[in-house]
Design a binder for this molecule. Structure first.
Ligand SMILES: Cc1cc2nc3c(=O)[nH]c(=O)nc-3n(C[C@H](O)[C@H](O)[C@H](O)COP(=O)(O)O)c2cc1C
Length: 248
């Protein structure tokens, strides 16, 4: 599976089998986390099975089972740090997907007492990412939750503001917006709008509103999906950090 297929296939997984990932899979996850921490200054961590074979207790009203591993996403409380946490956290999610694992971004619906994490001064555990194998058939509980939340998705053209409607925007921009639309966001708010003043001008990523604070993480996730697909369309660039930052 390549990274574009991973974007297509990824969904929030809220049920896991009791299969434990093999040592090679875990080594690759650890390598990716080390590379991310080196590059970003973030403090991501990986935790594995306790005695019962699971790693953390997920809230039972949202999850049908606990996962065998999870990543703890740690950063300072600061908008740019949280945006980076979204950007690099989604990079980890897509690597996990390419390794055959399933994931979910989780800010709230888990038992904090059951989470192991190392925090340096000023650091916060913002999210956990359960990692494990999805059951072949999605349990009814997960189907119901997913249907209720994802059913409220925005239309793709609400994620673009340019001199023309999205359907007439450059093809590579349309492909990037499609990938952003497929991405995760906290309570599926999809708060990031991509703005272009002229058809060949730079694309900027703006937050439509900031309410919960989790939008900065959503901004980083959206920027990552955009960048991956731009690169696949031979438009190689990188983002300025921050609300309103441009893709150059
Ligand atoms: C920052 C962030 C926090 C999230 N927190 C939770 C959570 O606490 N519990 C949960 O079940 N899903 C959580 N989600 C998953 C979203 O509900 C999900 O991404 C969204 O509904 C879109 O569905 P999809 O990921 O299946 O495409 C979170 C997602 C993000 C990006």
């Amino acid at each position: 599976m390549d990274i574009i297929e991973a974007i297509e296939k990824r969904i929030s997984c809220r049920a896991f089998t009791d299969q434990i990932p093999d040592a090679e899979t875990i080594r690759k996850l650890e390598q990716e986390i080390a590379a991310i921490n080196d590059e970003s200054g973030l403090h991501f961590q990986l935790y594995g099975p306790r005695e019962d074979g699971t790693a953390i207790n997920m809230a039972t009203n949202m999850f049908a089972a606990n996962p065998p591993y999870y990543a703890a996403l740690v950063a300072r409380k600061d908008p740019v740090e949280e945006e980076k946490l979204g950007f690099y956290g989604e990079r980890l999610v897509l690597v996990a997907e390419m390794l055959g694992l399933s994931t979910c971004w989780v800010a709230g619906t888990y038992d904090r007492e059951s989470a192991r994490v190392e925090l340096a001064d000023g650091e916060v555990l913002h999210d956990v990412i359960p990692l494990g194998y999805a059951p072949e058939k999605m349990p009814l509980k997960q189907r119901t939750i997913r249907g209720a939340i994802r059913g409220r998705s925005k239309k793709q053209d609400e994620l673009y503001r340019g001199p023309v409607p999205l359907a007439q925007a450059p093809e590579w921009v349309q492909a990037c917006i499609d990938a952003v639309w497929k991405g995760p966001s906290a309570i599926n708010e999809q708060p990031v709008v991509f703005v272009q003043d002229t058809l060949n001008g730079p694309v900027r990523a703006e937050l439509s509103r900031v309410k919960s604070g989790m939008e900065y993480c959503d901004l980083g996730i959206a920027k990552y999906h955009f960048q991956v697909v731009a690169e696949a369309c031979d438009i190689v660039g990188s983002w300025q950090w921050g609300d309103g930052g441009a893709f150059r």
